[in-house]
Design a protein around this ligand. Structure first.
Ligand SMILES: NC(=O)C1=CN([C@@H]2O[C@H](COP(=O)(O)OP(=O)(O)OC[C@H]3O[C@@H](n4cnc5c(N)ncnc54)[C@H](OP(=O)(O)O)[C@@H]3O)[C@@H](O)[C@H]2O)C=CC1
Ligand SMILES: O=C1O[C@H](COP(=O)(O)O)[C@@H](O)[C@H](O)[C@H]1O
Length: 489
């Protein structure tokens, strides 16, 4: 039996036949049901503008579950219980009249969760129509990222939603915040006094955040080519990771205490002026290559592509945080599509000891690092120096890991997908893992100045072969500061 109880809700999924819904959201809801975390009275309304037979659309959802839930977790009894919760409704989300049939299906006594798995341009219309249908007061709205494509457009979306919903019932998704190891950052930093005394510019030399993907754009050219990797990944996921590493201790675990601290970090990010852009930021675009031994096309040869596009699929940059804790500690961020390996990790590099008593030739070995692996092989490893074993060794040093691999250490637990955690939090009315309006806006403000700088300079992104670790210039970005990207990447 689960240790927590979750109240009944009506869950309305707008965009229920889209990619995100079929690939991630329905499987996450199924997993919650399987774990006993969906109340018996929770109903799920699958909303889409696809006309035709509701039964056929529900069958598509059933097929998607069979495809995206691993065979070991697909239980026919749970699946039929889950499918029995579903109803399909054809709606054009912009059409007010279509909300009458939605209102008939919504229980007036339960909270309504309205999950917007649609383009952000439709969010305002859905909110307005929910309000006209008298559904707003009982509703929590869940907004997918990206919210807008710059500061101005994000304000338009946020203001449209805020006309009908208070901030306390708006849940802005950044699915990285739902990843177990990302939540563990808070436990690691604030449940262990060991780290906090070291967590500043006196002891840390620099920080790396890498989110490398092996996938390309997966048939999402229309969306991705308008966005690029800076808007798709840095503005949200990587800046959120940076905030969780860099923020001061919140006074408690409430959503606003954590968000207040994250906002302070975003406000303290030093702008990267056009003069420093060439030195601090590298944009790349993949060309044909091979990933995992398989030949893959370049970005400009992807399905529905435009051969002229100068959208970046890779970004590496150096960010500086102007405050007492982090002054002089660069944060190197790197993310790209079609890289050699899927890996998301944060590496905290500690400074060398202040005085060196070992043989000078061993000096290059000295460096404590804390490696936080978000995916795959979630875990934490602390690189420490020890003496080599053996009578013949003398005081020869070596570097080795103190390692905690979550799946090996805690064998019983399956690591849940980020969306499972986030959907559960919305059902419980808990906003900790969601992003407040001002966080989104400060993140856009910082990214907008990079985008403006790029468009002023007008330089195309640097080519990198699919399956590599990005353009050579991204190595130069960090070696120029006398450092290198951690590990075998
Ligand atoms: N897919 C992913 O991995 C991720 C997606 N997201 C975000 O999630 C959201 C959904 O993305 P994704 O699933 O990929 O997009 P899709 O285009 O696959 O799905 C969006 C769905 O919304 C429907 N829709 C759009 N406008 C209307 C309308 N007026 N009335 C009724 N239905 C409408 C579309 O219908 P139709 O097909 O008829 O146009 C489509 O089914 C976006 O905001 C995206 O940025 C965020 C992170 C990852
Ligand atoms: O939000 C997004 O995230 C995915 C990467 O997520 P992950 O959990 O697989 O690391 C990215 O591929 C996609 O382009 C982006 O929109």
């Amino acid at each position: 039996m689960p240790a927590i109880t979750v109240d009944a809700t009506t869950f309305a999924l707008f965009g229920a036949l889209g990619d995100l819904a079929l690939r991630k959201l329905f499987p996450a809801l199924y997993q919650l049901d399987r774990a006993g975390l969906l109340h018996a009275d929770t109903r799920i309304l699958a909303l889409s503008r696809d006309t035709g037979d509701a039964g056929a659309h529900l069958a598509r959802i059933d097929q998607a579950l069979r495809k995206h839930v691993s065979a070991t977790q697909l239980d026919e009894d749970v699946l039929s219980r889950f499918m029995a919760r579903l109803d399909y409704l054809t709606m054009d989300f912009r059409n007010q009249a279509d909300y009458a049939s939605l209102a008939e299906k919504v229980s007036p006594v339960l909270p309504l969760i309205a999950y917007f798995a649609t383009p952000a341009s439709v969010y305002g219309a859905i909110c307005e129509n929910l309000a006209h249908a008298d559904l707003a007061d009982q509703t929590r709205v869940v907004l997918e990222k990206p919210i807008g494509h710059d500061l101005e457009s994000s304000r338009v979306v946020n203001e449209a939603v805020a006309q009908y919903f208070p901030e306390s019932r708006i849940y802005r998704i950044d699915h990285y915040l739902g990843k177990e190891t990302v939540q563990n950052l808070i436990a690691l930093r604030f449940a262990n006094s060991l780290f906090e005394t070291q967590w500043n510019q006196h002891h840390i030399s620099h920080v790396e955040i890498t989110v490398a993907e092996t996938v390309g754009i997966e048939g999402r050219w229309g969306y991705f080519d308008q966005a690029g990797q800076l808007r798709d990944m840095i503005q949200n996921h990587l800046l959120q990771l940076l905030c969780l590493i860099a923020m001061d201790p919140p006074s408690d675990l409430t959503a606003d205490s954590i968000r207040d601290e994250k906002v302070k970090v975003l406000k303290a990010l030093a702008p990267i002026t056009p003069e420093r852009l060439g030195r601090y930021v590298v944009r790349g675009q993949y060309v044909a290559g091979s990933v995992g031994g398989k030949a893959v096309p370049g970005y400009l040869e992807e399905e529905n592509s435009n051969a002229e596009s100068s959208t970046e699929t890779f970004v590496a940059l150096r960010a500086d945080i102007c405050n007492w804790r982090w002054s002089g500690v660069p944060f190197y961020l790197r993310t790209g599509k079609r890289m050699g390996e899927k890996v998301s990790q944060i590496v905290i590099h500690f400074k060398e000891p202040p005085f060196y008593i070992f043989a000078p030739e061993q000096r290059s070995l000295i460096s404590n690092r804390l490696i936080i692996r978000l995916q795959p092989d979630e875990g934490i490893s602390l690189q420490v120096m020890t003496k080599e074993q053996g009578l013949d060794k003398g005081m020869h040093l070596r570097s080795g890991p103190l390692q905690l691999n979550f799946s090996q250490t805690y064998k019983s637990s399956r690591i849940p997908d980020a969306y499972e955690r986030l959907l559960l939090e919305v059902m419980q009315g808990n906003q900790n893992l969601f992003v407040r309006k001002d966080e989104i806006e400060y993140a856009w403000k910082w990214c907008d100045q990079l985008i403006d700088g790029w468009s002023r300079i007008g330089e195309p992104p640097k080519a990198y072969p699919a399956g590599s670790w990005g353009p050579v210039a991204s190595i130069a970005l960090i070696t120029r500061d006398g450092r290198s990207w951690y590990g075998d990447l």
